[in-house]
Write a protein that binds this ligand. Sequence first.
Ligand code: BES
Ligand code: MN
Ligand code: ZN
Length: 512
Amino acid sequence: MDFQLKTLTVAQAAAEKSDVLIVLVGSAPITSKDSLSVLAASARKAGDLPDKAGKLLSLYRPDEVVASRVVLAAIGDGKPASVRSGVIAAVGAAKAQQPKRVAIVFAPPADGAAVACAVTAAADASYVYTTTKSKAEPRSIRHLTLGVADASGVGKAFDEARATVLGIELAKEWGNRPANHATPTLLAEAAKALAKLPNIKCEVLGPKEVEKLGMGSFAAVAQGSAEPLRFIVLRYHGAPKDQAPVVLVGKGITFDTGGVSLKPAAEMDEMKFDMCGAASVLGTFRALAEIQPAINVVGLVPSCENMNDGKAVKPGDVVTSMSGQTIEVLNTDAEGRLILCDALTYAKRFDPAAVIDIATLTGACVVALGGVRSGLFASNEALAAALEAAGEESQDRCWRLPLDDDYAEGLKSNFADVANIAGRAGGAITAAKFLQRFAGDFAWAHLDIAGTAWKSGAAKGSTGRPVGLLVSYLTTRASSSVAEKATVPKTSSSKAAPKTPGKPTRKARSAK
Ligand code: BES
Ligand code: MN
Ligand code: ZN
């Protein structure tokens, strides 16, 4: 689908060649005197188009409009969340007729945030997965024109949103692929393909190299699978070489059976989505390649299957992580943290400004936050604020949860330095506390996307989240003047004074 931004009034949009014209109508009175605006105003007055974002009124061949179908869509206050609801509803309604050309015009003035949300929402509502269907019907919309009264100030937001869509859709594609079409090897090949894009490099390690590095925890999860593990290292260089990078770490379990601590059969198919953290890292790199922001980013993806086998790791086994810490594997289904901990240790070699891991880590996070917000944990206030602000800006929200040391009590083990599970209570937090042990020296955040990375039920499928949040965080950081490296005391714990990775970004500060 290609996107085009144009300066268009509603009257001009009526003259645009398209199959469907969507007019976004805000709460403010419509004063333009062209026939379509007059129609919208009278529909509003009669109560046929309620002023609630997402409400629709469909018209057929109204006077003086080239498109045969018109959808009036309410966007209420015109804020990003409302624009998103209006566009999702309107594109959802329009796509029944398989339109090829769609035009969307804002009746009220629109800023960059509104334009960006319209682009990502239109893409979201029209996305179709096709890869493993023999007679797939691809997305019908080929061209999408976005009209705003004044396009001059919103070009950058539009371009970044378009790039973000490429990233979101790459993440959706890999998330949606069944596990037999998205093995660790195939995921690594997808990462290598990204290295063809400007300023991106990729290196892939296999079982031998991972063993040599001492990643005994990661290797233990992989040992029950016939598929060889892969450790993907992506690099994006947009700033001088000596500028400390942001490191993204994505959980890449291509299928999670639970291992010997086997999961119940119901909905186990959804554990093909257990690599959505990894997919979000690939998607973010896709967007970076397009936007080329002035920042350095490293992407780390430990990827393997969590399977049952004669060689599989067993409850009670003690493994040695790359950090040297020994781990008692009390539950083989808590495997995400076992692969992430070694990747976090590996991250140290980049002397990172910040490290953010992204993982479908716990069912407990789904219970806590549902599918609306991702769980956010952070050892650093500025990083937390910047990620929260990025979530708001991109409408890919997160919610911060605590990291008090008291939550780590249950991770004690009689046979190793740490156990990989605590009790049932506060499961998303105890998982984060486990990870924090391996992220001591740098500004670190953890996004638990177990509830947000995919949808279940009839609309089952990957959401591409949190690519929007990550791209927004990275581009904001790149455009703010300060993005220097963390200076953190070596002996860090969550009780230590807040660590600052440099000044918070402009947006992070204004969000306060
Ligand atoms: N991949 C799962 C987390 C998950 C479960 C995400 C359901 C989305 C829906 C993870 O590897 C896992 O199995 N976690 C366990 C941890 C437990 C054994 C401490 C969980 O959440 O049940
Ligand atoms: Mn698991
Ligand atoms: Zn898992």
